[in-house]
Ligand binder design. Structure first.
Ligand code: SF4
Length: 383
């Protein structure tokens, strides 16, 4: 009989190898903190992309090859010649005073590129810097580590800049453009949440050496192409709210046993792959297993979660208001489905005591819509 939380999580994943988190998957946790399905899939290390595909809802997900190549080229250009372009951005665009600059390349340590060695060297250098020893300012590709649900995750920021006001700042180098001082909000949010994982990991590393969280700023330096050129520009991004949300989500993974205890005994997302790796489990059976765990779909899931097409189909089947996003769901608080909202708006559903006000507002909105569209029955909607 399975008892420990780790055994339950292993059973949920089944025979598949554990998928490890990275900064991108950690950042995605911040986007839908209420979702129990995502929480158990992530905590169990399940392969969400494979599960969604076998359930019949493959989701094209992740960066395109073109975007990855472009991102790597832009990052190399920003860091060329000892980060000359980056220093220009920090000094000219962001008006930072960086009188002396020491550069540390942490992509390997004397030719050793293993995560463990790079992490040990990163911890040694950054801890010394936080204590006021050393003259380094820029740390290129430091290796950080975070324990997520009892498992170590190595994380690799583009760069950590030190001594901006005596605090570490995470620098995110992205290839999407900043046009007239503005970048696409979704892309900025995605870059920021990724940087939040680095901030939390950096704080955890320094905490082991007794250095307080104040040594790491929650303001991120975003470096991206200016307008439609390849010339880098920079912006400060306040990440306080996202750091707090991601910290709560990581704590939730540590407490995952509370959630797992509520799941039916014997539940598993195992694909029952054969020797060639081909799943043998009937797709409908897998979908039924997934349906046992509450999911809180909303449109942003399409940008952040491999399960999005599966969950969207479920939300639509149930006519859940979640599928319409928070802009619709939140003003209709207390109503669960579009069927219920339409019934109140049309007057075909009698409102409960606590829905009377909402029903009046919905009928009013329906009447206005009908009048604007000159629909027959506008008067009926008003009654
Ligand atoms: S797509 Fe589904 S599993 Fe993923 S976060 Fe959204 S609701 Fe949760």
């Amino acid at each position: 009989m399975i008892t420990s939380p780790d055994q339950r999580l292993d059973a949920l994943r089944g025979s598949a190898p554990r998928k490890r988190h990275d900064a991108r998957t950690l950042a995605a946790l911040e986007n839908n903190p209420r979702c129990a399905l995502r929480a158990v899939l992530d905590a169990s290390g399940s392969d969400k992309a494979a599960i969604a595909a076998h359930a019949g809802y493959p989701t094209p997900f992740g960066q395109s090859r073109f975007a990855i190549v472009r991102g790597n080229m832009f990052e190399a250009m920003v860091k060329a010649d000892g980060c000359a372009e980056l220093l220009r951005v920090l000094r000219e665009t962001l008006e930072l005073t960086l009188p002396e600059v020491g550069y540390q390349d942490l992509n390997d340590v004397g030719g050793d590129g293993s995560n463990q060695t790079r992490h040990a060297r990163t911890a040694q250098l950054l801890t010394a810097a936080a204590r006021g020893d050393g003259t380094d300012t820029l740390y290129d590709h430091p290796m950080l580590r975070l324990v997520v649900g009892g498992h170590s995750v190595f994380l690799e920021p583009d760069l950590v800049a030190f001594r901006i006001g005596d605090r570490f700042h995470v620098v995110e180098i992205k290839s999407f453009p900043i046009v007239d001082g503005q970048a696409a909000p979704a892309q900025v949010r995605s870059a920021t949440t990724q940087a939040c994982a680095y901030i939390i990991a950096l704080r955890a590393m320094l905490a082991e050496a007794g250095v307080g969280p104040g040594a790491v700023s929650e303001t991120i330096v975003l470096v991206a192409p200016k307008d439609f050129t390849n010339r880098p520009t920079g912006a400060f991004v306040d990440a306080r709210k996202q750091v707090a949300t991601l910290t709560r989500q990581l704590a939730r993974i540590e407490r995952i046993s509370d959630l797992v205890d509520l799941l039916p005994e014997g539940l598993t997302f195992d694909l029952a792959a054969d020797d060639t790796g081909r799943p043998q489990r009937p797709a409908h059976e897998l979908a039924e297993a997934l349906d046992q765990v509450p999911a809180t779909y909303f449109p942003d899931c399409l940008s952040h979660c491999e399960m999005a097409f599966f969950c969207r189909s479920r939300a639509r089947d149930g006519s859940s208001l979640d599928v319409l996003g928070p802009a619709v769901r939140e003003p209709l608080g207390g109503l669960d489905t579009a069927t219920m909202a339409l019934g109140l708006a049309r007057g075909t559903l009698t409102p409960a005591d606590d829905q009377v006000e909402m029903a009046t507002a919905l009928r009013h909105a329906a009447r206005l819509r009908a009048e604007l569209l000159d629909l027959p029955g506008a008067a009926g909607a008003a009654s």
